[in-house]
Write a protein that binds this ligand. Sequence first.
Ligand SMILES: *Cc1c(COP(=O)(O)O)cnc(C)c1O
Length: 427
Amino acid sequence: MSEQSIETRCVQAGYTPGNGEPRQVPIVQSTTFKYDTSDAMGRLFDLEDTGYFYTRLQNPTNDHVAAKIASLEGGTAAMLTSSGQAANFFAVFNICEAGGHVVASSAIYGGTFNLLAHTLGKMGIECTFVDPNCTPEELDAAFRPNTKCVFGETIANPALAVLDIEKFATAAHAHGVPLIVDNTFPTPINCRPIEWGADIVTHSTTKYMDGHGACVGGAIVDSGKFDWMANAERFPGLTTPDESYHGIVYAEKFGQASAYITKATSQLMRDFGSIQSPQNAFYLNLGLESLHVRVPQHCKNARAVAEFLSTSDKVASVRYPDLPGDPYRKLAEKYLPNGSCGVVSFEVAGGREAAERFMAGLRVFAIETHVADARSCCLHPASSTHRQMTNDELVAAGISPAMVRMSCGIEGTDDLVADVEQALARV
Ligand SMILES: *Cc1c(COP(=O)(O)O)cnc(C)c1O
């Protein structure tokens, strides 16, 4: 399929019905699967045959949708997870255990920051955070002998920092570890990190991929490019026998193209659960069918809103990677030539109270903690997600009390700009 355009793959990849079979991906609403003999089922448990036995590990609906996402990202294998958080946890934990170390960009989603900084720490995995704009030498200095992977976000939520993927991939590979990139905000329509050297790509499919605010979900895609055997001592989980699977060596038995996802499925999904429900995978696939149509409209709307904001005297500052003069403009030109995402952040002149008045005046944008939905929404972190903090604490956390995060949906551009204009007039 991969020689077809990304538009065609959004619509058709991952599922090709045979003669007389359903045109739409069937929802296999079944926890379990029937076999004629115990021996036939035993071969599945030994990973000698491929097939389905229990939906906690794998389900055909999920596999069709995961195959579509693998195709869109240019990977060799993929799996769906119950959430973006589960995807990032599995992506790291699949190759990292107690005693291991992760290097991560400091500009990442708050939930992922907590996972890496606190929760993985309780499991004996340490993380060193680096400024995404650090020099190659500073990045190099963050590595340790026990480093297992590097983590970053193509466009950070909510900082809107663009990752220099090649810089991070070069450093990771020089130290014999893979680069994991969370590509939630640009989606594969605007950036495919594997083309720039990323080895593993993750998604919160809750955002643009679903795109309709319907289902929480996640995905992990393997590029199949990282040579585990060449770095065998660093990744014993993939390169030495798995005693919980009769001594299988994943990298030998399944090869570079599918060892990583097979291990994540047969070990982590087996032991931690976190499967996406087949019903949610079906909805996710409906979202993916129009991803290539929706993403450009999100970007068009965000660009128009950002440009309008940058001309208003009621606005202190605007951040959007496509704006001339944005600190990430150069990186966006390189990695996101067709546009970045639908999210714009800005500071209302007049501080926290002015921002609250602006939010109260909006009619089309709704106040939500969500982003990347077909419906426009917005958030004032200082009065919601971060409301327990004082103004001084907010500034220390890099969040201005007057900062508003706007997630531009796919409504009419003029309606969104007009809504922002009338709400600013009330400030
Ligand atoms: C929302 C988000 C997540 C977490 O995903 P959930 O589906 O909410 O668990 C991870 N990374 C990024 C970039 C996100 O925006």
